[in-house]
Design a binder for this molecule. Structure first.
Ligand SMILES: [Zn+2]
Ligand SMILES: [Zn+2]
Length: 355
């Protein structure tokens, strides 16, 4: 198989040839047709996460070995079926759930692989979708996209379920109460579409970039300039008062500070981005203001099924997608890193009828 792999952290991806895996047991081999390009792929490429205050988490210390193909927003066709696998047939088009766990723990046995502490995620610990093929341990990790355009469906595997899972943590909320979304990149735009599909009518989208704010407005949110001196004041003014729900898809020091300071009593901040920020909070303030601050990381297999079902109702507006041939994987990462991307880039395999 072909793979556009990280061979050395931070160096250009290289096109390499690897043995095409033979599915054993319950494994399924999927021939990749589409793969979204996510900010997490940039972290994988760099080989580390900024954990805030100068601390760095090295992926090499987390079981990641190179060379490895990134990419975790994968759609493809079933190209090989292990002898014990059931539920799919050769040629079936499927979304691949990439956040695969150990398969043994309580989280995995309840299909909450994203909560497993021994994750074997595709595009991180295993080769991902920047390749011609990907090996999946079991057919339960495959979801039928139904009538959804496969380029859009691919984005559900990360930005879709990340958004859906994060929104679930602020629900229930009345449709006319403001929900504040910080960051109008791929995930932020997906969140606008998702909230609208769920019937929400009061969405504020914060970004420092004018083009991203324009994209947020086009998607149906009210845009707030995140570049002002006081982010909290800008949010409170735009919302007409302190807010009960903020989703921070960036998570720098300034965005987290602004988010917490804009919260109403009883409000919830869901932290989703991994930009390396830190937050200092008054614990007495946390008590008196009855504030909830919680993290959210990807989503479960059921979340993926729920997003696909929501999309198949026709209510989930597709987020902007730019399709690029798979061999442009390296340039796609550079363009994302340099902020030249609005919405989502999706790599398309050369043999795909859509490519
Ligand atoms: Zn991702
Ligand atoms: Zn597990």
């Amino acid at each position: 198989m072909r793979a556009w792999a990280v061979v050395e952290a931070g160096k250009p991806l290289e096109a390499i040839t690897l043995p095409t895996p033979e599915p054993e047991g319950t494994e399924i081999l999927v021939e990749v047709t589409h793969c979204g390009v996510c900010h997490s792929d940039l972290h994988f490429w760099k080989g580390e996460y900024n954990m805030g205050n100068g601390r760095v988490m090295k992926l090499s210390e987390r079981g990641v070995e190179l060379p490895r193909a990134p990419g975790h927003e994968i759609v493809g066709r079933v190209a090989g079926i292990g002898p014990d696998a059931t539920g799919v047939e050769l040629g079936d088009l499927r979304i691949v759930y990439p956040w695969i766990g150990c398969g043994q723990c309580v989280a995995c046995l309840s299909e909450q692989d994203n909560m497993c502490s021994q994750q074997q995620s595709l595009g991180v610990v295993r080769n991902g979708g920047f390749a011609s093929h990907v090996l999946v341990p079991h057919s339960r990790y495959l979801v039928d996209p139904g009538d959804i355009d496969p380029a859009i469906a691919a984005t559900f595997a990360c930005s879709g379920i990340t958004t859906y899972s994060a929104i679930g943590k602020i629900m229930p909320i009345a449709p006319d109460r403001p929900v504040v979304l910080i960051g109008a990149g791929g995930v932020g735009l997906m969140a606008i579409a998702m909230l609208r599909a769920l019937g929400h009518r009061n969405i504020l989208s914060v970004d420092i970039a004018a083009d991203k704010r324009a994209a947020a407005e086009a998607a149906g949110a009210r845009a707030v300039d995140g570049g002002s001196a006081s982010l909290a004041a800008s949010i409170i003014e735009a919302a007409g008062g302190p807010v009960t729900a903020v989703l921070d898809f960036v998570n720098k020091d300034a965005t987290a500070r602004g988010a917490v300071d804009a919260l109403a009593k009883g409000g919830t901040l869901v932290s989703v981005g991994v930009a390396g920020g830190e937050l200092s909070i008054s614990l007495a303030g946390l008590v008196f203001r009855v504030t909830t601050i919680r993290g959210s990381n990807t989503g479960s297999i059921q979340d993926l099924r729920d997003v696909v079902r929501l999309a198949n109702t026709g209510r989930l507006a597709p987020t902007p997608v730019t399709m690029r041939p798979a061999h442009e994987a390296n340039q796609a990462l550079i363009d994302l890193k340099e902020g030249r991307v609005t919405g989502r880039q999706v790599l398309v395999a050369p043999h795909s009828p859509i490519g």
